[in-house]
Design a protein around this ligand. Structure first.
Ligand SMILES: *Cc1c(COP(=O)(O)O)cnc(C)c1O
Length: 490
């Protein structure tokens, strides 16, 4: 905190040069003149309630939520860890909140310096030649990544390259992104160890291949041991290696994907480096690249010319801009603070994340089927509830029942290659007691499934909303209070 404050207060204090903001010459307009007649409220029909009643109402509502503040959220692949409050305090300081995106560069040198230094740190952590902070989320980083692959091959005249290889364990955003960018997708099988099948990969490798998207550790929580060979094979035919960095929590401070030969990787700052998520953002998905892709990165790039920091628009081969203004500054700032808080101990994040996942997996031995018993897990693991099918119970029923015991449920039915999948990621911020309690809950639920399966079929029982028809809830969205009233009447 001190570091930030010094930088902001000492260096940005309006002084010698003065803080001359451009004078605005805008005439004030009365709201009635711009709001269409039908939207202007004629009468107020607010209920007569006291402030206390309002506070109680909203406090009670807030307690109906499942959140990391109240319980473990073991959603695999999402990395729902605790994020220190101090970082929120930092970004909510007036000095940051009041920054205007059009402030001239010379007034915000310290802010640009913060951004620049943060970018340099991400480069260092990922082992990349350059990083663009612009993308708004992981999936957006994927989009930029594939635009970069496209720009690279276009520039080199590799016209035949239009295939992206994707393993069958991939997150849905990978093929979706490749498809949106107009690539043809070829799926690569996973082998019995839960890793990308190297032989299948080699069979599908030909001159049409533009690149491969891989997640490491993959979505089974298993480390792709052949990552360097994969990079080598791709580079032999001038194809590129994209790494989905959503699982970087398993690697941070220990491995640098750039060193493996990864050409492009997105960081999910909201998963790995502070910023709570799950409520819809904002997040941030900076993209790191190898030397050969630097020249295609989005503008403006934040640069330093030895004297001052500036927004560099002069990147002739750039793919252009992928987000309005600069990007999600507050998310960068939280991530920067988070990383600095760990300093050289940053590897503790991944050490404890892996340790917790392995401990929990050990506690759950024999409770569910382990689809890849020979492969040790990294920061998360996938179990299969197929052993309960004979009792008429599915993974989804287990997940619902978990809510009754006060925990949030794991990710279900993903990755697609594991039947009745439950994907569990405890993160490094949970303590051993919580992990033991969670394991006990799962043991108890499996016992219930065998003895009284109907309890699970109707779960959850203790939540404010009982079991919903998921398909219908997805198709007939009820998003307004009035719709609820309508529904109640009918
Ligand atoms: C979360 C996730 C993404 C997408 O990231 P967002 O930030 O949610 O857009 C992509 N791949 C994997 C493996 C993920 O877990």
């Amino acid at each position: 905190m001190k570091y930030f404050m010094e930088l902001i207060f000492e260096k940005s204090r309006p002084g010698k040069k003065g803080y001359k903001l451009p004078k605005l010459d805008v005439e004030r307009v009365e709201p009635e003149e711009i709001i269409p007649e039908e939207y202007v409220r004629k009468e107020l029909d607010f209920p007569e309630v006291s402030q206390l009643e309002v506070v109680r109402h909203y406090t009670k509502l807030s307690h109906l939520n499942y959140a990391v503040d109240t319980t473990m959220v073991p959603l695999g692949s999402c990395t729902m860890k605790y994020n220190p409050r101090v970082n929120e305090e930092l970004v909510n300081r007036k000095e940051f909140l009041e920054l205007h995106p059009f402030i001239p560069e010379e007034y915000i040198q310290p802010v640009l310096e913060l951004i620049y230094r943060f970018k340099e740190l991400l480069k260092e952590l990922g082992g990349f030649a350059e990083v663009s902070l612009q993308p708004a989320a992981g999936a957006h980083g994927e989009l930029l990544g594939l635009l970069l692959i496209r720009a690279y091959h276009d520039d080199k005249g590799n016209k035949e390259k239009n295939v992206i290889l994707i393993p069958d364990s991939a997150h849905g955003t990978n093929p979706a992104t490749a498809a949106i960018c107009g690539f043809e997708i070829k799926v690569i099988k996973s082998n019995k160890d839960g890793e990308l099948d190297f032989e299948d990969f080699k069979r599908k490798l030909n001159d049409k291949v533009a690149g491969l998207m891989i997640t490491n550790p993959n979505t089974l929580g298993i480390f792709e041991r052949k990552i360097k060979e994969i990079a080598h094979e791709l580079h032999k035919i001038d194809a590129l290696l994209y790494m989905d960095g959503a699982n970087f929590n398993a690697l941070v401070g220990k491995f640098k994907p750039g060193v493996w030969g990864v050409d492009i990787m997105h960081f999910n700052l909201h998963k790995t480096f502070s910023t709570p998520h799950g409520g819809g953002g904002p997040g941030a998905g900076p993209v790191g690249v190898s030397e050969k892709l630097k020249q295609y990165l989005p503008v403006p790039h934040i640069d330093f010319d030895g004297k001052k920091y500036f927004l560099n628009w002069n990147i002739p081969k750039s793919v252009g801009k992928v987000l309005g203004f600069w990007g999600h500054f507050s998310v960068w700032l939280k991530a920067f603070a988070y990383i600095l808080t760990y300093g050289n101990e940053i590897g503790k994040i991944s050490e404890y994340a892996v340790l917790n996942a392995r401990y929990l997996k050990y506690l759950l031995q024999g409770v569910f089927k382990d689809p890849y018993p020979q492969s040790p897990c990294m920061h998360e693991f996938v179990l299969s509830a197929v052993n309960l099918i004979k009792h008429g119970v599915k993974a989804g029923d287990v997940a619902k029942r978990i809510l009754d015991y006060g925990f949030y449920a794991p990710t279900m039915y993903f990755p697609l290659i594991v039947r009745e999948a439950l994907m569990i990621e405890p993160t490094e911020t949970e303590g051993p007691d919580t992990l033991r309690t969670f394991a006990q809950v799962l043991r108890r639920i499996v016992k219930e499934a065998k003895e009284k399966p109907e309890i699970l079929k109707k779960a959850p029982h203790n939540t404010p909303v009982k079991r919903i028809k998921e398909a219908e809830a997805n198709r007939n969205l009820i998003l307004k209070y009035k719709d609820i009233l309508e529904r109640k009447k009918s």
